[in-house]
Design a protein around this ligand. Structure first.
Ligand SMILES: N[C@@H](CCC(=O)N[C@@H](CS)C(=O)NCC(=O)O)C(=O)O
Length: 219
């Protein structure tokens, strides 16, 4: 199968990027320079009319939206154990994945891309400030999920092995640093993110995307 993953460094495409790497898949990583607007070019929008990453193209068939891509890769590589197969455990993993995608991720979008939510500068500044507070609370909630997993003697959020929830948790914590939230102020979350970053497949993607894990800069 021919697979291309369109990704941007440090973006949410990190999630399928690490899954492909962890599965040992043969795939072509295609860099999309968001800051240069490459995602808005007609050639890209012909593949993903929503003009976003990630985009996975499998044998010429494009798939966008993290949830769809994660479920597709989970089925394609069952031996990787990305998501639990037992019905309740699977539903609970998906509930966390959906929350990360539709709540935490979207809150960050209000901080990083406020112009998508208002064309008024003063409203944009308020959105940024207000959602930074919300994001702090959401990182605390994410940390409590990590702590609950650890109390149940589980290292990973997705299941028995590293998976998409762990990659997303790393990304969301990193984005906290970009929002002026010191990740080290969430001790348990930050320690867990180091474990995720040390998974060999994750470490390879961090290197390919040239990511610095802690991007927090005090004001
Ligand atoms: N709901 C989408 C969100 C994708 C998304 O927000 N992608 C961001 C990068 S993390 C992006 O491409 N941003 C550029 C833009 O929206 O203009 C998904 O699940 O794939």
């Amino acid at each position: 199968m021919a697979l291309q993953l369109y990704f941007a460094p440090g973006a949410c495409s990190f999630v399928p990027h690490t899954m492909l790497e962890a599965a040992g898949a043969t795939f072509e990583p295609v860099l999309v320079k968001l800051h240069k607007g490459e995602h808005l070019q007609p050639a890209y929008k012909a593949l993903n009319p929503r003009g976003q990453v990630p985009l996975l193209v499998a044998d010429g068939q494009p798939i966008n939206q993290i949830l769809a891509i994660v479920l597709y890769l989970d089925q394609l590589y069952p031996a990787s154990g990305f998501l639990p197969t037992e019905a309740m455990a699977r539903a609970q993993a998906l509930q966390t994945l959906a929350w990360m995608n539709n709540t935490v991720h979207t809150t960050f979008a209000h901080i990083f891309l406020p112009h998508k939510f208002s064309d008024q500068k003063d409203v944009q500044a308020h959105l940024k400030q207000f959602n930074t507070q919300v994001y702090r609370e959401l990182l605390a909630e994410l940390q409590s999920l990590v702590e609950a997993a650890q109390l149940a003697s589980r290292t990973w959020l997705s299941g028995a092995s590293f998976g998409p929830l762990d990659a997303y948790a790393l990304t969301l914590t990193r984005w906290g640093g970009m929002s002026g939230i010191d990740p080290t102020s969430f001790g348990a979350l930050w320690a867990y993110v180091q474990l995720v970053a040390a998974v060999p497949a994750v470490a390879r993607v961090i290197e390919r995307e040239r990511l610095q894990l802690n991007v927090y800069q005090p004001a």
